[in-house]
Ligand binder design. Structure first.
Ligand code: CA
Length: 224
């Protein structure tokens, strides 16, 4: 399993690289955004958002545009708005410095498990999901609304695919958090609300995400 560590602080990087190699990862460490963009593909990218040569969020977005590699953002900034910015830019998970290696390894495992599950579901040759004007090709990770491409972040895609699969049934908040974010993801409840709001904005009036108060959400085709 290849992991790319993007970290400019040598002391932090040394500890991380040693711990990850001990855990049998094939580790490539770079210390700048420029080097991260040149690095060979990895299964997971551990991305320090505080880099000297670029804004970490911009780098995250660029890495995300190029591949479906799982990205775990690492930051010293614990504020929720920074986390939400990172998630919107396409991070699969977040760790805040200082963090324990055990926590990091658990998060890497969870992210890889979700990536593999998504790939094996795709490999099963799942037919496109269609609901009203929405068509989602889970295999290609493409969504179209009224036959126009619908740009979605990775999490928005997973969330919408889950709601579309179950539509018109209500999907519980806990089920969504478990299947889209994984168990134990901190601050995830409010993050879910943020993602629902973003999806509503992108869907316009063509499809509605109805809130089942205190239970969860359901996706409904057609106007109000
Ligand atoms: Ca740094």
């Amino acid at each position: 399993m290849r992991i790319l560590v993007v970290e400019d602080d040598d002391r932090v990087a040394r500890g991380l690289v040693t711990a990850l190699r001990t855990a049998s990862f094939d580790v490539n460490r770079v210390s700048s955004a420029a080097a991260a963009l040149r690095a060979p593909a990895a299964d997971v990218v551990l991305l320090d958002l505080g880099l000297p040569d670029a804004d970490g969020i911009d780098l995250l977005r660029r890495l995300r545009e190029r591949s479906e590699t799982a990205i775990i953002a690492v930051t010293a900034r614990a504020e929720e708005r920074e986390r939400v910015r990172g998630l919107r830019a396409g991070a699969d998970d977040y760790v805040v410095k200082p963090f324990g290696i055990a926590e990091l390894l658990a998060r890497i495992d969870a992210v890889l498990r979700r990536t593999r599950a998504a790939r094996s579901a795709a490999g099963g040759g799942a037919p496109p999901l269609a609901l009203g004007p929405l068509v989602m090709d889970v295999d290609a990770r493409e969504a179209r609304l009224d036959d126009a491409p619908l740009p979605l972040t990775r999490k928005e895609f997973d969330l919408l695919a889950l709601l579309a699969q179950r539509a018109p049934a209500v999907v519980g908040r806990d089920t969504i958090l478990d299947q889209v974010w994984g168990v134990g993801w901190e601050a995830s409840s409010r993050t879910l609300d943020t993602h629902i709001a973003a999806l509503r904005g992108k869907l316009g009036g063509a499809l509605r995400i109805h809130t089942a108060r205190g239970v969860g959400y359901r996706l409904i085709a057609g106007p109000e």
